[in-house]
Design a protein around this ligand. Structure first.
Ligand SMILES: [Ca+2]
Length: 197
């Protein structure tokens, strides 16, 4: 193996790994224990100028207006209840001119494909002890600082979603393995025809 080839392999591997371990950008959120309440605590808005309302989009327990990033006092706790199953998919409604103005967009935790601009809008950090910090970005089509509406969650865990690039690499790898498998398969034994009589 040439040194250049080895370097190319290492670069490809690092790209794949960075796709899998992405510091919580776009992670999915789940309750750890279905018998224990999930409690959200508002942390702040990082100086955001837009108004954002946090809600939970859950089939069994949808919760509107959990926090208002301009009106809720940091440290405010809201008990979201228990969740027997399903992702805790949070969203923000973004009003650039306040609640009296137009709704600009709704952005969700999870992958970029959920959002109208195709950008990821939430980072999920693991703080230990089944506690997460979730931070939303309110600007359209921007990877800004993700500080516009931040809160913590107890009894919660994060699961990364592989990026499309990572899936493409995995599928390409499987395809190569498949081709190798075909080329290595021994020729099928052909049974000699039975004599006719
Ligand atoms: Ca921002």
């Amino acid at each position: 193996m040439t040194r250049r080839f080895a370097a190319a392999l290492a670069a490809a591997a690092s790209i794949g790994l960075s796709g899998l371990a992405h510091a919580g950008l776009g992670d999915l959120i789940f309750a750890v224990d279905s018998n224990i309440d999930v409690v959200a605590t508002f942390e702040g808005n990082g100086g955001a100028s837009y108004t954002s309302l946090l809600f939970l989009d859950h089939p069994d327990n949808p919760l509107p207006n959990i926090f208002n990033n301009q009106a809720t006092a940091p440290g405010t706790e809201v008990n979201l209840g228990t969740f027997a199953s399903g992702e805790l998919k949070f969203g923000i409604e973004v009003y650039p001119d306040g609640l009296g103005g137009d709704l600009e967009a709704i952005y969700y935790t999870g992958p970029a494909s959920r959002n109208p601009d195709g950008f990821t809008h939430a980072i999920v950090e693991e703080l230990g002890g089944n506690t997460l910090r979730v931070r939303f970005e309110d600007l359209y089509a921007t990877n800004d600082t993700y500080e516009d509406l931040a809160f913590t969650l107890t009894n919660a865990m994060a699961l990364p979603v592989p990026e499309p690039r990572t899936w493409a690499m995995l599928l390409a790898g499987l395809g190569v393995l498949g081709l190798l498998g075909l080329s290595r398969r021994p020729a099928r034994l052909v049974r000699a025809p039975l004599p006719e009589n």
